[in-house]
Design a protein around this ligand. Structure first.
Ligand SMILES: Nc1ncnc2c1ncn2[C@@H]1O[C@H](COP(=O)(O)OP(=O)(O)OP(=O)(O)O)[C@@H](O)[C@H]1O
Ligand SMILES: [Mg+2]
Length: 432
């Protein structure tokens, strides 16, 4: 039996066998449909050209033989298209590795495809907090970072996009300051054009800010209301007569409006954990830079990140996203700290070197435009910014109460690597 993962390598192999006959047919599209079955899309002009038709027959027969259930029957395996440029618009597509002139259109049942890398947001930098595994202290670190950046005089906008498992805002806001609405309400109201009226009522300022300001946009408002019903609609595209706007485009629109209204210096985004449709918006679709990748040294973490990095390579976007990434070592244990950090760093380097860094031939120095780092390079994306496990933060009943009278030194000791790292990035971004 042939399974899903054999599709693209097999199609590449078949197309490579055609040699120069293939060149004539390009641009050519391989369409992998929702069920994971492939067919070809080619220019209408080849329908009546006998050489081209013979080539297409050869390809579709070979696809049928070698991909079995994952190919359309040969007589239905070619679609002729008047305008080859048009069919790629709005579709998830990427170049087929190793074959010039061939694009793959990949139809997914979900909208988040992890490969539509938005341009880096400007002028207000956005920073995403992401992890493969949940419960690694991501939201706690975000709240502490917001606290520290505000102490240093910055205006920080914090957005809880972990809509299925919200919690961030309660660490920054006491219950009585929670705004009436949250992101989920806006996403639902926007579908019926009510969004603008919510904008003033979905942001609250945190009493924890010192010299700066912390604006908090929670996932839900003072009253969650029919949260499950709202959540089930939040991810909808908005379809009007003129266009279809995906929900991540809607989120972009929301962030722009919030940035315009509250004029923050920086936006911190709490992403959902895991390779999840919703998380893909925070990591790839909102122009976040840097994207903080929280990691604990364990099989599940590295396998998860490897899957993601490979997907970026397969879809040809690794170069666009890789220099936005920064690993964060989460929950560094109190005991055997040194050994743990060394192992974490090694695992991280293995992953980045194998999946994202450019190869440098052994014994040769890296060339100017080569994107590669040594394992010990502290400025490298794989080099973990460490956050230590600390009993004072374990199983907290109220992070808000904890942050209310926290010793600033304690924040710096525990979360200093992120705070300093981000402040350097922000200062760099503001330089002319
Ligand atoms: N540095 C730390 N040391 C010890 N415990 C911590 C630390 N950071 C967070 N915790 C505790 O770990 C638990 C999970 O933290 P948190 O909610 O921040 O994780 P998360 O990654 O955001 O989780 P989720 O994926 O569920 O959103 C909480 O009980 C929190 O108090
Ligand atoms: Mg969280």
């Amino acid at each position: 039996m042939k399974t899903f993962d054999t599709i693209l390598p097999t199609v590449s192999e078949i197309l490579a066998e055609l040699g120069s006959d293939l060149k004539k047919l390009t641009p050519l599209v391989v369409n992998r449909d929702l069920n994971g079955r492939v067919r070809l899309i080619v220019d209408e002009k080849w329908r009546t050209e006998s050489d081209a038709c013979n080539t297409l027959t050869t390809v579709t027969q070979r696809m049928h033989e070698r991909l079995e259930a994952h190919a359309f029957p040969p007589e239905r395996a070619v679609l002729f298209e008047q305008d080859m440029g048009q069919i790629l618009i709005g579709a998830t597509s990427f170049p087929l590795a190793g074959i010039d002139g061939v694009q793959v259109i990949d139809r997914l049942a979900s909208e988040g495809d992890w490969s539509s890398i938005a341009a880096i947001a400007a002028p207000v930098p956005r920073i995403a907090f992401f992890s493969i595994k949940g419960g690694v202290g991501r939201s706690t670190a975000l709240a502490a970072t917001a606290w520290a950046l505000a102490r240093d005089g910055r205006r920080v906008l914090v957005v809880d996009l972990d809509l299925e498992s919200p919690g961030l805002s309660s660490s920054l806001l006491p219950d009585d300051r929670r705004p009436a609405f949250g992101v989920t309400d806006w996403l639902v109201e926007d579908l019926v054009d009510n969004g603008n009226e919510l904008l003033e009522h979905m942001v609250a300022t945190s009493p924890l800010s010192h010299d700066g300001e912390i604006y908090v946009v929670p996932a839900y408002g003072a009253e969650p209301g029919e949260y499950v019903s709202k959540l089930g609609r939040a991810w909808m595209s908005k379809v009007t007569d003129e266009r279809r706007e995906s929900w991540s485009e809607r989120l972009q629109r929301l962030l722009h409006k919030l940035e315009e209204r509250w004029q923050p210096d920086v936006v911190l985004i709490d992403s959902r954990a895991g390779i999840d449709e919703v998380a893909s918006a925070s990591v790839t679709d909102l122009g976040a830079n840097p994207v903080l990748l929280f990691a604990i040294d364990g099989e599940q973490t590295w396998v998860g990140y490897r899957i993601l990095f490979r997907h970026w390579r397969t879809t040809g976007v690794a170069r666009e996203i890789r220099d936005r990434l920064q690993l964060v070592g989460a929950m560094i244990p109190e005991v055997n700290t040194h050994d743990y950090l060394a192992s974490l760093r090694e695992s991280a380097w293995n992953l980045f070197a194998e999946e994202l860094y450019d190869e440098v031939p052994a014994g040769e120095p890296a060339m100017g435009d080569t994107w590669s780092f040594s394992e010990a390079d502290e400025s490298a994306p794989h080099y973990p910014w460490p956050i230590r496990w600390h009993r004072g933060f374990a199983a907290l009943r109220s992070l808000h109460a904890r942050l209310e009278d926290i010793d600033p030194q304690e924040i710096d000791t525990l979360f200093g690597s992120i705070v300093t790292g981000l402040e350097n990035t922000l200062d760099g971004a503001n330089e002319p």
